[in-house]
Design a protein around this ligand. Structure first.
Ligand code: ADP
Ligand code: MG
Length: 189
């Protein structure tokens, strides 16, 4: 493993053990604030098509955000097409019930879903394990979003709890930085 890879692994473990210690009511309350800040962003207000993801475990809870945006915007979610090659495609949904557990148990659009080109997306919400003030992103260590976000022009918005903010994240050549990070306390841009 390279030095950056080892350092990322250590940071991931630290930040996830802290995040896993949040109780469910704390997660819901912070997530509600994050949802409100996200919805108030001018980039989000003027967007037609928004890529979201369904949260799992101690991640910022996004299910209410998805439900709220469904009647207002074209909502698309990623679907893992080829896990080995880290390929995700985007599919549009019109109701939350169109989601079902896919790769790693993450809710994703059904197989029959209607695919949407990445270039059609105005805003993409990105899951975050850690972030820093330079808006570098630490993910789960599988690189799915680094592959997915490469060459994407949509505004990339990380959703995270303040406790996921790190001093510094080592950056590898393939890492794609965020444009904005929304926490329960602040909007970083
Ligand atoms: N654009 C890419 N093309 C090919 N492989 C990639 C790409 N982006 C990331 N990877 C691979 O994914 C792995 C995990 O990336 P890393 O940045 O450590 O994880 P994460 O962003 O999930 O924290 C890396 O070892 C890297 O080789
Ligand atoms: Mg990365």
């Amino acid at each position: 493993m390279t030095e950056a890879k080892i350092e990322k692994k250590i940071l991931r473990e630290e930040v996830l053990s802290e995040r896993d210690s949040l109780n469910w009511s704390e997660i819901l309350e912070k997530s509600r604030r994050i949802k409100e800040s996200f919805l108030a962003l001018p980039e989000v207000m003027k967007a037609d098509t928004i890529a979201l993801y369904a949260s799992k475990g101690s991640e910022v809870f996004t299910h209410d955000l998805i439900r709220e945006l469904l009647p207002r915007k074209t909502v698309v979610l990623p679907k893992v097409e080829n896990a080995r090659q880290r390929v995700m495609k985007l599919a549009a949904i019109t109701t939350f019930e169109e989601l079902s557990p896919g790769f790693m148990g993450v809710l994703e659009p059904l197989r029959a879903a209607k695919f949407v080109e990445k270039s059609a997306v105005d805003v993409v919400a990105v899951p975050v394990v850690g972030f820093d003030e330079n808006l570098n992103r630490l993910g789960h260590g599988m690189g799915f979003y680094d592959v997915f976000l490469k060459g994407v022009e949509a505004v990339k918005i990380g959703l995270a709890f303040e406790s996921q903010k790190l001093k510094r994240i080592p950056v590898s050549e393939h890492d794609v930085p965020l444009d904005i990070v929304v926490t329960e306390k602040k909007v970083y841009r």
